[in-house]
Design a protein around this ligand. Structure first.
Ligand SMILES: NC(=O)c1ccc[n+]([C@@H]2O[C@H](COP(=O)([O-])OP(=O)(O)OC[C@H]3O[C@@H](n4cnc5c(N)ncnc54)[C@H](OP(=O)(O)O)[C@@H]3O)[C@@H](O)[C@H]2O)c1
Length: 388
């Protein structure tokens, strides 16, 4: 009988998905892929099917699923949200890595939690938009959620065994993105190519832009609030260009604990896959010479106002956080399509937050309606005030 952990990878063709499969490849005695869900990248998925031989796969749309089913008649192929859920429900799945990007990751994450799986949660938008509801579901199920975002993974490790009341603040570090050391650059001239060239991390286009605007850190602040139950003013953000300290906590006795490693997402993903065990050498060891010059700065919220907007949205409540996320997804897509300038991303988010009256969020349906409402509000503002 195989003792390997059976793995389901949602978003297998993306950056997180690719790193996850890289770990499965490096630890074949420990992990076995049983299901994969991708979006539209058929070429990459074909290679993954041939190498990892999953029993179920899913694609975003029906035509692509039909095409792949013809090519691989011996595996079951689904599509859309149902297909993703079937991946989670595939016989034997023990751990689900949620690497689908954006709001589209919410329902898959929720399904994996309800199914009681061990969930390696990379998707941050799920916790941002439905944090309290997801926490309620986690309490009701036997699921164990391990954050894969490197900062939250660090905090998860640091907080283990520390009583909540002994912690004064959480510290999230941020690389500062590609424009940190270019103070003279006119940010309104930034192109999608410039914004997606991240100095330390290899990431998908959406999170790369989020990282350049610092909205990524804003989403992470909200994610940390819901994951660990600390107030907005107990979560500090420090720019740390080397991306070696991933997170830290300040305790009430004014001592601090920090988690350090080379910047490699396989550290956090490997931690989630193997939890509660630890993998042997999934990443390169950090040397003390690499730690000789660690820098920390306060973020410049005037040049990068998105972090300020995220704090403001969190203070205003859950529906404004949903609005922040939806406005950002619309704005980033418009920027990547060259419809708006880089500096218009925060402007569009700010205008959406100002125009949104808010609503009460009690159930998942409320999350979807707030998301839908603010997406159309943002598009309307974009078309009337921002298009050039
Ligand atoms: N990359 C990182 O270092 C990093 C770090 C921390 C957290 N995260 C978070 O992890 C998530 C993924 O980030 P990423 O950088 O890996 O993004 P990415 O490279 O853009 O990958 C996204 C993945 O999601 C798939 N996908 C998109 N929409 C889908 C849908 N409706 N149904 C099924 N699959 C869908 C894509 O498929 P196709 O490509 O086939 O279309 C792709 O496999 C994000 O929420 C991000 O914030 C990423």
């Amino acid at each position: 009988m195989s003792l390997r952990t059976k793995v389901c990878v949602l978003g297998s063709t993306g950056t997180i998905g690719t790193y996850t499969l890289d770990l499965v490849r490096s630890f074949p005695e420990k992990f076995q892929v049983v299901s994969l869900a991708a979006g539209k990248n058929l070429t990459k998925l074909r290679d993954q099917i041939i190498e990892f031989r999953p029993t179920h796969i899913s694609l975003q749309n029906a035509e692509d699923a039909y095409q792949i089913q013809q090519e691989f008649p011996n595996i079951s192929v689904g599509h859309g949200l149902e297909g993703v859920k079937q991946c989670v429900d595939t016989s034997g799945v023990e751990v689900v890595v949620v690497g689908i990007v954006g709001f589209a990751g919410l329902e898959p994450a929720l399904h994996a939690i309800r199914a009681g799986k061990k969930v390696g949660l990379a998707n941050k938008e799920a916790l941002v938009t439905a944090g309290s509801l997801l926490q309620e579901e986690i309490k009701k199920s036997s699921a164990c959620v391990i954050p894969v975002d490197s900062e939250h993974n660090a905090l998860f490790q640091l907080l283990a065994g520390i009583p909540h009341q002994d912690v004064e603040t959480l510290v999230l570090t941020a690389s500062g993105g590609p424009f940190l050391k270019k103070p003279d650059l006119d940010l309104s001239t930034v192109t999608p190519e410039m914004a997606t060239a991240h100095p330390n991390w290899k990431m998908g286009p959406k999170i790369s832009v989020d990282s350049a605007t610092l909205l990524n850190k804003g989403l992470e602040l909200i994610e940390a609030h819901f994951l660990f139950g600390f107030a907005e003013n107990q979560i500090e953000v420090w720019i740390h260009p080397q991306s070696i300290v991933h997170g830290a906590i300040w305790l009430k006795d004014h001592t601090s604990l920090a988690q350090l490693s080379v910047p490699d997402m396989r550290s956090a993903i490997g931690y989630a896959l193997a939890y509660p065990e630890r993998l042997i050498h999934p990443i390169k060891k950090l040397s003390f010479s690499e730690m000789a010059r660690l820098e920390f700065f306060e973020p410049d919220v005037n040049r990068f106002p998105c972090l300020k907007l995220a704090r403001k949205a969190l203070q205003m409540g859950q529906s404004h956080v949903i609005a922040l996320n939806a406005a950002n997804e619309v704005a980033v897509e418009a920027f990547l399509n060259k419809e708006i300038r880089f500096t218009q991303i925060p402007q569009l988010i700010e205008s959406t937050l100002a125009a949104f009256s808010g609503q009460s969020i009690k159930a998942l349906g409320d999350v979807f309606s707030a998301d839908e409402q603010t997406r159309s509000l943002t598009r309307k503002i974009l078309n009337t005030k921002f298009s050039h």
